[in-house]
Ligand binder design. Structure first.
Ligand code: PLP
Length: 393
């Protein structure tokens, strides 16, 4: 008799998402959940009504696999207004089940086994499994935390240049960045763009937090730089901008030949995103400018609030320039490592965070770090404040 059927080597190369595990733990222990980045406040009424209207109008069947026309039109109009250039909804856009699927489909469409993909570290934890599943060999380049003042995380220009080679198929950039809150500057992006052009590599840019910016930070789209629209896959979606992470609508914008490869992968992965929610996403993209300004203003206040709460509890915070996370240094608390501390905070203090090690290939990189998110109602932040206060006493 043969032994038990085995599972794939691929699936053994990564573990379940630590972030989503922290959310499950938070539920189990009744902890205030500042781990997974999903808002706990309502989505805009206009967007919700658009979804209800679409269902009531019986928009119940498959949309065109690469995305309903009104949504592709809205994505093209929105992106052209923000970054310039010409985007053809017929040949440059693929609507996916969230930007998570968009990233996976993009990687599977461009990578062959043995190809290398450069990833900045700390990284959004999906990029590791994305590389394994697509057969890419990830090459990590460190983002170093700011020494102080108003400075942002930086990479070493020589280290990045040395990571590129003939094997480099692509570089993944996430700006504004999760988990660091870094916003890549125009100069940094130009440096990366020059390397992509020199080595014939693609830039895959995850811009899902493009509207969530603070202080003097400016979002620069990689595809807006000279010559880069032809070698950039831009990934975006409605999850963060419209506080609808459960709707699972995202997309890629890419050159036509890359788009046809992405569309084939996407078709056989998921067929398509939920049709009524694609209609609602099209409506969302037409919200007035005041909505997007209001989003950034709201998050600015929440950032200040959580910085204050964490600061008085003894966390050393690295102030984010964008997105809605705060990376903290926890070395002064004296826990043996980040995972032990994160578990203790959930079970004994009642606040869930994400251990820093889950953002690094080598866990030692994040042993002294915890990430907290502030995309939460004021009451939720107040509840976290009270629990920290009770702990400190
Ligand atoms: C950088 C980044 N990309 C993508 C996602 C997931 O986006 P979506 O809900 O569109 O799959 C997240 C969610 O936290 C994220 O932080």
């Amino acid at each position: 008799m043969k032994g038990r059927p085995r599972t794939s080597i691929k699936a053994s190369q990564f573990s379940e998402s630590v972030i989503r595990e922290m959310t499950r733990l938070a539920h189990a222990h009744g902890a205030v959940n500042l781990s997974q980045g999903f808002p706990d406040f309502p989505a805009p009424d206009a967007v919700k009504h658009a979804a209800c209207d679409a269902i009531l109008a019986d928009l119940n069947q498959y949309a065109i696999t690469w995305g309903a026309k009104p949504l592709r039109d809205a994505i093209a109009a929105d992106a052209m207004a923000r970054r310039g250039g010409i985007i053809d909804p017929e040949t440059n856009i693929t609507v996916c089940c969230g930007s998570t699927e968009a990233m996976m489909a993009a990687m599977m469409a461009i990578v062959d086994p043995g190809d290398e993909v450069i990833v900045f570290e700390p990284f959004y934890e999906n990029y590791g499994p994305n590389a394994v599943l697509s057969g890419a060999t990830p090459r990590f380049v460190r983002l170093r935390e700011p020494a102080g003042g108003g400075a942002d995380w930086t990479f070493d220009a020589d280290e990045l240049a040395a990571a590129f080679s003939n094997k480099t198929r692509a570089i993944i950039i996430n700006t504004p960045n999760n988990p660091t809150g870094k916003v890549f500057t125009r100069e940094e992006l130009q440096y990366i763009a020059d390397l992509c052009q020199q080595w014939g590599a693609l830039a895959v840019t995850d811009e899902i937090y493009e509207h969530i910016l603070y202080d003097d930070a400016e979002h620069v789209a990689m595809a807006s730089l000279d010559g880069m629209a032809e070698r950039t896959i831009t990934i975006n979606g409605v999850s963060k901008t419209f506080s609808v992470t459960g709707w699972r609508v995202g997309w890629t914008i890419a050159p036509a030949d890359v788009t046809s490869a992405i569309r084939k992968v996407h078709d056989f992965l998921t067929v398509g995103a939920a049709a009524p929610l694609q209609a609602a996403a099209a409506a969302a993209l037409s919200m007035p400018a005041s909505y997007f300004d209001g989003l950034a203003t709201t998050y600015r206040a929440k950032r200040e609030r959580l910085l204050g709460i964490l600061g008085k509890t003894g966390f050393r915070c690295i102030v984010p320039k964008g997105a809605y996370y705060i990376m903290t240094d926890v070395s002064s608390f004296g826990f043996p490592d980040d995972v032990t501390m994160a578990r203790y905070l959930v079970t004994d203090v009642g606040v869930a965070s994400v251990p820093g090690s889950s953002f690094y290939r080598d866990p030692s990189g994040g042993r002294n770090q915890l990430r907290f998110c502030f995309c939460k109602k004021d009451e939720t932040l107040t509840a976290a404040e009270q629990r920290f206060a009770a702990w400190a006493r």
